[in-house]
Design a protein around this ligand. Structure first.
Ligand code: ATP
Ligand code: MG
Length: 583
């Protein structure tokens, strides 16, 4: 199966001249050298906020724009590193004066407002733990996460507070304060006006000594495969952020960088807040929700040069089937990166054709804290592959033996579980309240990712599917990604989600849920055509036997297709945890 897959994928894309050639650096890389990139706190230790903000504010970048905020009503605000230093100091002082101690958890529930970004850094300065929630969560997922995460404070807006939080307060007895971003006056001793508190707070804050192993961020996973897990990160993770900002995102001082992920998810904090600032780069934050025309306008008007986005967004852009470079001036753009789901080869090629550059796929997880495997900027892109491990990262494919141990598979093209050698700086330090699960993720000197993949003879990694999503049909193992990617090659298909439907004869039958491009009519004839198309490309054993059209596939709010839900619905089983399901 794999060999055919590689052969049939589109041609590779060579390295482009407008990306830095880091080949030599990849080879001589050492984590010890990365440690030297950081200033460290005057009081001792390592604090992310010092490295991201204060260090630049105290040096030649002080007047450079750190945050370029685009409001959804067209308003535009900018904050220099010097201004960010003051604002984040104020918020740190607010927390300190209200008695928040090291390690206390501060949750955020807000749309992408400047205050959210300021608070995130202020929280880290006061050595509190940042716990981001996604603003579109309903009350139940919010309550559940705040209870599990021992929330001591919450930063939110008046609207979200009224709608979602107020009714929960009785059930959150440990919650000491709610800070309302947009309230003029305090509501009560507990529910406070943020502007009031900020006004009274000093803009000078000395960050207390921070141990690199102190907890920095508590993130909840996307819930694609089940109940979202609380994932613990520490300040030292910033070493990975620096490394990946350099070697995966190719950040340089003059770049204008835009990460479209919301800080409710790990991509939105690691790469939507921390990484650009560690590199002293201007970070664009767009408050509005996805809209293709608007997104192209942001790329054009803000002259974005490095853009980090996700397959779900790319597929939405592809669905429109237009010619963006005819309508917009995208000449500043030099690098597009994507993460979150497998990026179909079709999408890489679409980038090359429509945006004048192939899209670089990369792989990581909430648990890894940063990018681990990427189509490196100094290496040829293989469409459909996640790329190669970044410098300092050792990845492997492992086989599970019957006695519970694992063995590395060194032979190319053999599928197994994608695993990493523990010890990279942003490796998670625990699953919240679940030490057993954490310990179980490490076996035989490997961290086991739960994803299946294989490596080709040149060392590129290819995603097969999540361990839970693999389909067993007539004795074959089928990865949904392969089938989905082939269906997407058909001009009528916008998106596909593939599952194994239990079948008494062949074990599982490959079934595809397909959404069509704008303007394409669903019909029995098209179904037959797609089945034929799949058979021709994949062979009868792997091709979908059933196709069902759906206007929209169920996705997590971070944009991942929820195959487990497609399957549960197909089988009439309970839907399980759907707290992260998109409306
Ligand atoms: P949960 O762990 O709660 O089920 P989740 O795994 O989707 O949710 P995240 O940590 O946000 O939560 O996502 C990481 C997962 O996303 C990876 O384990 C992988 O399955 C998928 N993923 C991310 N990037 C890629 C990629 N480039 N190619 C393929 N899969 C990817
Ligand atoms: Mg996961």
């Amino acid at each position: 199966m794999q060999e055919k897959w590689i052969k049939k994928s589109p041609d590779d894309f060579p390295v482009r001249p407008n990306l830095t050639d880091y080949k030599k650096e990849y080879r001589s890389f050492k984590w010890e050298d990365v440690a030297l990139k950081f200033e460290g706190l005057p009081s001792g230790g390592l604090n992310i906020a010092h490295e991201a903000i204060d260090r630049h504010a105290n040096g030649p970048l002080s007047d450079k724009t750190a945050l370029l905020w685009l409001g959804q009503d067209g308003e535009k605000r900018t904050f220099t590193f010097a201004e960010m230093k003051k604002e984040t100091a104020r918020f740190a002082n607010v927390l300190k004066s209200l008695g928040f101690a090291k390690g206390d958890r501060v949750f955020t529930l807000s749309t992408r407002l400047p205050e959210l970004y300021i608070a995130a850094m202020g929280i880290l300065k006061n050595r509190n733990v940042l716990c981001p929630l996604f603003s579109q969560f309903g009350p139940e997922p919010i309550l559940q996460r705040m209870q599990r995460g021992d929330a001591r404070a919450l930063l939110t807006t008046q609207r979200l507070f009224k709608k979602k939080i107020r009714p929960l307060l009785d059930q959150l007895p440990e919650l000491r304060y709610v800070f309302l971003i947009d309230a003029e006056e305090d509501e009560s001793e507990q529910v406070r006006s943020l502007p009031r508190l900020m006004e009274q707070a000093s803009d000078i804050f000395e960050i207390p000594p921070t141990d690199p192993e102190d907890m920095s961020i508590l993130h909840f996973t996307s819930g694609t495969t089940g109940m979202p897990k609380g994932v613990v990160h520490v300040h030292k993770a910033v070493h990975t952020h620096w490394m990946t900002g350099q070697y995966a995102l190719d950040l340089h001082p003059d770049d204008i960088y835009w990460c479209t992920a919301d800080p409710g998810w790990v991509t939105g904090t690691s790469y939507g807040i921390i990484t650009p600032w560690i590199h002293g780069v201007t970070n664009v934050v767009d408050e509005a929700e996805f809209n293709a025309e608007h997104w192209y306008s942001v790329l054009q008007d803000e002259q974005v040069s490095v853009w980090y986005t996700a397959p779900t967004a790319i597929r939405r852009l592809m669905r429109i089937d237009n010619d963006p470079t005819q309508e917009f001036d995208l000449s500043s753009l030099r690098l597009i990166q994507s993460v979150g789901e497998p990026l179909n080869p079709e999408a890489v090629v679409w980038g090359a054709e429509k945006l004048n550059m192939p899209i670089h796929d990369n792989w990581w997880q909430t648990e890894t804290g940063g990018i681990m495997i990427a189509n490196l900027i100094s290496q040829t892109i293989r469409p459909g592959s996640m790329g190669k491990p970044l410098p300092g990262i050792k990845a492997g494919i492992v086989h599970h033996n019957e006695d519970g141990s694992v063995t590395e598979i060194t032979e190319p093209l053999k599928e197994g579980e994608l695993a990493l050698k523990p010890g990279w700086p942003s490796m998670f330090r625990g699953y919240l309240h679940n030490e057993e699960k954490y310990n179980k993720s490490f076996t035989g000197g490997w961290y086991l990712s739960g994803d299946l993949a294989y490596r080709d003879k040149d060392g590129y990694f290819w995603f097969v599917g999540r361990a839970d999503d693999i389909i067993k049909t007539s004795g074959h193992m089928v990865g949904p990604f392969e089938v989905e990617s082939v269906l997407m090659e058909h001009p009528a298909v916008a998106e596909a989600g593939v599952i194994g439907k239990p079948d008494p004869i062949i074990g599982q039958l490959v079934k595809a849920f397909v959404s069509l491009k704008t303007g394409v009519e669903a019909s029995e004839e098209l179904k037959r055509e797609l089945i034929g198309f799949g058979r021709k490309k994949l062979g009868a054993a792997v091709a979908p036997k059933e196709i069902e059209f759906q206007e929209n596939l169920p996705k997590t709010r971070s944009g991942k297709i929820m195959r487990r839900l497609l399957k549960a619905r197909e089988m009439g089983l309970p839907e399980g945890d759907i707290s992260t399901l998109e409306d």
